[in-house]
Design a protein around this ligand. Structure first.
Ligand code: PGA
Length: 232
């Protein structure tokens, strides 16, 4: 929003959505319309299969958008069938979402695995964004950025009906962010995720201890994503 001088992170988590052509359509709409501001950090995290083509389109358009992944391997590159190692994707991404609750629930991801992925990210100069589901979720040492995402608040909103979702309240989310920063230090950037859309985003980013948002459903719709970015 006009006047905010702190860094604001707007991170789109596309989850298992969008083909290459859908991703290119999205960026052709979003890219030219998002504001170029030094303190606005916009990151899009698509499926691995889309990273290469999306990177090309962003570079050609000189859009102020970084790319991220939604996960990465806990191992170095090598004999690990099906895995995407940090060293293989670092040419495309600046950031990696780690420990999302959907990975913990559907893929039995443990805190120990998150820790290993975290180390791989750091060794390959990728910023790890560790998702925590509560104040009790362990945060790896030297972590600079977490996303607080209460499980009950995720994906309750519909893409085309902003305001319908059941996000946490900005005040409650800020209470958790503040408590985490009291425990781990104020250098830890805490962003909020869970049913964020253009109707409620301002409430979160104007809180003192919240440095941005992780946006799932609402980020899939290019017009809605542009609305969110333009509110900053
Ligand atoms: P949502 O997803 O915005 O659709 O709730 C957020 C997330 O899971 O990262």
């Amino acid at each position: 929003m006009a006047g905010l001088d702190k860094d604001i992170w707007i991170i789109a988590n596309w989850k298992s959505n969008k083909t290459i052509s859908e991703a290119l359509d999205w960026v052709s709409i979003v890219g030219p319309q998002i504001p170029k501001k030094d303190n606005l950090k916009i990151v899009v995290c698509p499926a691995f299969s889309v990273l290469s083509e999306l990177k090309k389109a962003i570079t050609v358009g000189a859009y102020p958008i970084m790319l991220g992944s939604q996960d990465l391997s806990p191992f170095e590159q090598g004999a690990y069938t099906g895995e995407e190692s940090a060293s293989l994707i670092k040419q495309f991404v600046d950031l990696a979402i780690l420990g999302h609750s959907e990975r913990r629930k559907n893929f039995a991801e443990t805190d120990d695995m998150v820790e290993k992925k975290f180390k791989q990210a750091l060794e390959n100069n990728i910023t790890p964004l560790v998702c925590i589901q509560s104040e009790e979720t362990p945060i790896p040492q030297n972590c600079n950025m977490v996303a607080y995402e209460p499980i009950w608040a995720i994906s309750t909103g519909l893409v085309n009906t902003p305001g319908v979702g059941k996000a946490d309240t900005p005040e409650d989310a800020n209470k958790v962010a503040k408590a985490i920063r009291q425990k781990y230090g104020n250098n830890l950037e805490v962003i909020y995720g869970g049913s964020v859309n253009s109707q409620n985003v301002k409430g979160f980013i104007t809180q003192g201890d919240i440095g941005g948002v992780l946006v799932g459903n609402a980020s899939l719709n290019p017009e809605e994503f542009v609305r969110i970015c333009n509110l900053m």
